[in-house]
Ligand binder design. Structure first.
Ligand code: AMP
Length: 415
């Protein structure tokens, strides 16, 4: 079933959205992109004459109630965005009555799904090495089914629209789909859009294809980097990863972020790039600071020769030039992860140079896909959001989809 063809009139739809929005210390939303992203789906249900039960996680409460991560904090914002009355159910697993009372044209917002360990389906507080872990996991999988069944019982149909968590086989993103027949479950508009963007990249790769991978660590991205090395023509590895590569070549990296136990991984990446004929672009120089702060003293140094007491916080001017040259003329561009500590205005030049080069290549006809919270924040910070082809709401989900993995949240609907 597709959302476009489904008539929600007189139906209650339970919709998994990703309302894991950033909040400040006063519980105010600092970026409502994710709420806006889900609106087309939610509004279609209401406009058809249906009622909507909205469910999401927020943060990582690890199976426990944590008022700082309560979705109650965003109820007013959801009400304003939807323009219909929204009731809040303070316990997502005990919302049967509220769901039954829900009137057509109205919405019910459930409390954070991850207050229950059943949502993620992993035993809490038991170490993976513990001999009882496997038993506990099996039991948890059973209670996860019960939890999903309870959520399903609130509604007539199910819509999956949380791309950000579609790579997780959680109760609300996948297991719940088992309790609806094929005619009563579907992907939402946001999911459809995200899937189409990934298909645009993978289905018809226009070359040269470049991936720009940044962020803090090589270890958290090694799987996708190795995978991309089988697909791309060029890859830029930047951000904190720079210094693991520099160290692997015997360089001095001062107090830069560096994964000392991943030097062989870095060398392995270089070898694989060579074997696959992929041009690997690393930063030759860095903007270094004497403190991890925006106001640190700064100077430029070779990425492999950073003095003691200093750390690489951004790509240097040579690196910025090299990155821009590598991006110029590419026809398919994937960007995930900043080139430096872009949150500090004094150390965001490298990320800005990448953003500008992507915008220029896009103007010349490239398809550019930006994914992962930090790169999206970069693009927004530099005012480039309308100069790139597509901004994904997914980080991990986007990368897994690009890897060619079938996301559980999609498989649960499409089989
Ligand atoms: P990730 O979550 O791995 O994508 O990393 C994103 C974070 O990496 C951002 O918050 C950046 O501030 C940080 N980052 C990028 N470059 C560096 C660097 N050279 N040193 C420390 N952190 C960095």
């Amino acid at each position: 079933m597709t959302i476009e063809n489904f008539n929600f009139a007189g139906k209650k739809a339970i919709v998994r959205v990703d309302f894991n929005v950033p909040l400040n210390e006063n519980g105010e939303i600092t970026d409502d992109t994710r709420i806006r992203g889900a609106l087309p789906t939610l509004k279609k249900i209401i406009a058809d004459g249906g009622a909507v039960i909205i469910m999401s996680h927020m943060g990582k409460p690890k199976g426990k109630v944590n008022p700082k991560l309560s979705l109650g904090q965003i109820k007013d914002a959801v009400t304003d965005a939807l323009g219909v009355p929204v009731t809040f159910a303070p316990d997502c697993a005990k919302a049967a009555e509220a769901a039954a009372e829900l009137k057509m044209g109205e919405a019910l917002l459930l409390e954070n799904l991850r207050y229950y360990p059943e949502e993620e389906g992993k035993p809490v507080g038991i170490d993976k090495e513990d001999p009882v872990y496997d038993e506990a996991k099996k039991a948890m999988k059973e209670s996860q089914k019960e939890f999903a069944k309870t959520l399903a019982s609130y509604a007539d149909c199910y819509v999956m629209d949380a791309f950000g968590t579609a790579h997780r086989k959680h109760a609300s993103t996948a297991v719940i789909a088992d309790y609806f027949d094929a005619d009563n479950k579907m992907l939402g508009y946001l999911m459809e859009k995200e899937v189409a963007a990934v298909d645009a990249v993978l289905g018809n790769i226009k070359r040269p294809f470049i991936a720009i991978m940044g962020g803090s660590k090589v270890s958290s991205k090694i799987g996708i980097i190795e995978n991309l090395l089988g697909k791309v023509d060029k890859i830029i590895l930047c951000g904190g990863m720079t210094y693991t590569f520099a160290k692997a070549h015997g360089g001095n990296v001062g107090k830069s972020i560096c994964e000392i136990d991943k030097l062989d991984v870095a060398l392995g990446v270089e070898e694989l790039a060579k074997k696959n004929g992929v041009e690997l672009v690393l930063a030759p120089d860095a903007i270094i600071g004497d403190d991890f702060s925006n106001d640190a003293n700064q100077k430029v140094a070779p990425a492999t020769d950073i003095p003691e007491g200093w750390e690489g916080l951004d790509a240097g001017p040579e690196a910025q030039k090299k990155f821009a040259e590598a991006i110029k003329g590419c026809k398919t561009i994937l960007w995930n992860g900043p080139a430096g500590v872009f949150e500090f205005d004094n150390f965001c030049a490298g990320s800005r140079a990448i953003g500008n080069a992507i915008a220029e290549a896009t103007a010349e006809g490239a398809f550019s896909l930006i994914g992962g919270g930090d790169s999206v924040a970069c693009v927004n910070k530099f005012g480039l959001a309308d100069k790139v082809s597509y901004i994904s709401t997914g980080g991990g989900a986007l990368l897994e989809a690009i890897e060619g993995k079938i996301l559980p949240g999609i498989a649960a609907i499409k089989g």
